[in-house]
Ligand binder design. Structure first.
Ligand SMILES: NC(=O)C1=CN([C@@H]2O[C@H](COP(=O)(O)OP(=O)(O)OC[C@H]3O[C@@H](n4cnc5c(N)ncnc54)[C@H](OP(=O)(O)O)[C@@H]3O)[C@@H](O)[C@H]2O)C=CC1
Ligand SMILES: Nc1nc2c(ncn2[C@@H]2O[C@H](COP(=O)(O)O)[C@@H](O)[C@H]2O)c(=O)[nH]1
Ligand SMILES: [K+]
Length: 479
């Protein structure tokens, strides 16, 4: 990457401060761009879901890995629960989505409570393992809430063997004018479901799979307690990537934790953070990190910069840390502050091998929270920071009242934030589509057929606030 006007600017920059200049390209199509990462995680997309309790659960992990990204299960989740999530995610079909399954005698009220957990807005009715019907919200309208789903369900309009090619599923749905295909195994038992868009995506994305063919998943540990023991248990549970995470990564406690984890000789990438300097990056790599997580204060739930004045504008932080990591043959993830597809493209241009997203993905069907509606009827989910009073109270729930009170004083995150679902993109896969379109397009503007080429060829300019504002679309006239 180089700056348009030569040397690096003298002050630090964040994503909004910069733009990429188009240059000659020999890449004919945006589909010719390979978005696979080269950091050893096996991800085919440069996207990681942040280890935040309100965002990263098993549903998110399954959905993201099927499209090629990774989800980091937060450090606050007990190891046996993480092990169960890993087992669940690795048992998922690589093409067909896991539906809400109801028995015929369950009620319409139960169906209506569960259907919003799925972007495809339906549930499958199963009897003895076999799908016997599909229930959508429309089927439940104007019906007694205690009615049984068997009385409102429709027979599956498209029933296919789970070995069916996604393109054939797409065509079958199109021919039948149906919304959802139901897939079964050789015994006729339910495997999963696929929408038209899901079938299309299955032809465009490659799932992130481990050597045994299971979907990949990551998990985090903090720096307190017996880190090595917890890391060992997570590795035994089968995580594909281990994240050692704390607010201030360039500290002794982190370096000790990292050395202890490295001593386990993990055969998966070890990510550590967070830092924002070349020194911090080198320290983490020397202590055993294969990937360094970069970002202090850019997160949407994060109050660190307001509380402490500490941090660093994210574009410059990623640029400096990525250069330091590359000198040692290692990588960085850009963590936090991503609000538009452009931010992902710019982080990758600065040299990140992957980009971590939290809050933006909170406002999707796949995040763990319940779907809420505000007084205007807009759908949202509640999100909160991992250093918020709420998260700290959860994390310290087994400690003495005195210790909890002591730790409760250091609050550096928002405890409750409404993350609205975009009505046009309510599922995390809709956001992935949007991000990948933006990044693929950015690559062709730069003449890059891979992420390594994007970093190599990117020419970055610095813009004024007016320059950034000019780039924003207008939904109404300006006079
Ligand atoms: N990327 C970012 O900007 C930030 C991210 N976070 C996220 O919040 C979650 C919780 O992290 P964290 O608060 O580190 O909690 P942890 O539970 O990981 O504890 C951090 C440990 O480091 C010690 N510590 C020393 N200095 C600091 C400091 N300046 N800030 C925080 N801890 C310090 C703490 O001791 P003692 O309590 O005695 O001081 C504690 O023992 C993580 O997921 C982290 O990534 C949090 C803040 C910033
Ligand atoms: N200072 C804090 N940082 C936090 C907190 N919770 C999470 N985070 C960081 O934000 C990113 C995600 O950023 P986003 O803009 O995509 O939401 C996450 O990975 C953490 O590094 C917090 O409470 N305080
Ligand atoms: K912030």
């Amino acid at each position: 990457m180089q700056f348009l006007d030569g040397p690096s600017p003298t002050h630090d920059l964040t994503y909004d401060d910069v733009f990429m200049v188009p240059r000659h390209s020999a890449v004919a199509s945006r589909y010719d761009v390979d978005l696979a990462t080269n950091d050893g995680t096996g991800a085919t997309l440069p996207l990681v879901v942040a280890n935040m309790t309100a965002i990263a659960g098993k549903r998110m992990a399954e959905t993201i890995a099927r499209r090629g990204g990774l989800t980091v299960i937060p450090q606050d989740i007990p190891v046996p629960v993480v092990a169960e999530v890993v087992r669940f995610v690795k048992s998922r079909d690589l093409v067909f989505d896991t539906p809400i399954a109801l028995t015929p005698h369950q009620t319409v009220a139960e169906a209506l409570a569960l259907i919003p957990k799925r972007a495809h807005r339906a549930a499958v009715v199963v009897d003895g393992g076999k799908p016997v019907g599909v229930v959508s919200e429309a089927d439940c309208a104007e019906v007694d809430r205690f009615a049984q789903v068997r009385d409102v369900m429709q027979p599956p309009a498209v029933l296919v063997p789970s070995t069916t090619d996604p393109r054939a599923v797409f065509d079958a749905l199109d021919d039948a004018h149906a919304a959802l295909a139901v897939a079964v195994d050789r015994d006729g038992d339910l495997v999963g479901v696929l929408t038209r868009t899901g079938a299309l995506r299955a032809t465009l994305y490659a799932p992130a799979v481990d050597p045994t063919g299971g979907l990949r998943i990551a998990a985090a540990v903090g720096v307190n307690g017996d880190v090595a023991q917890k890391a060992k248990e997570l590795l035994e549970a089968g995580v594909d990537c281990l994240v050692v995470d704390t607010a201030h990564g360039h500290q002794d406690r982190m370096l000790e934790a990292l050395r202890a984890v490295r001593a386990l000789d993990p055969q998966v990438p070890v990510v550590a953070g967070n830092v924002v300097s070349a020194d911090g990056t080198r320290a983490l790599i020397e202590a055993g990190a294969s990937i360094v997580k970069v970002g202090v204060g850019p997160g949407a739930m994060c109050t660190t910069r307001m509380m402490t004045g500490v941090g660093r504008p994210q574009f410059s932080a990623v640029l400096e840390c990525a250069a330091a990591a590359a000198e040692l043959g290692k990588h960085v993830w850009a963590d936090g502050g991503v609000r538009h597809p452009r931010d992902v493209a710019l982080a990758l241009a600065a040299g990140a091998s992957s980009v971590m997203i939290g809050s933006w993905f909170a406002g999707t069907h796949e995040s763990p929270g319940d779907l809420m509606r505000d007084s205007d009827g807009r759908s949202y989910k509640v999100s909160f920071g991992m250093a918020s009073a709420r998260a700290v109270a959860n994390r310290t729930s087994t400690e003495s009242a005195y210790d909890r009170a002591r730790k409760g004083l250091y609050e550096e995150g928002i405890s409750s934030s409404r993350m609205y679902l975009d009505p046009a993109r309510p599922g995390v896969e809709d956001l992935i589509d949007q991000i990948c379109s933006g990044v693929r397009s950015a690559c062709t503007y730069a003449g890059a057929a891979s992420l390594a080429e994007l970093h190599e060829r990117a020419v970055i300019g610095v813009q004024s606030t007016a320059g950034f504002t000019e780039g924003r679309p207008l939904s109404t006239s300006w006079t």
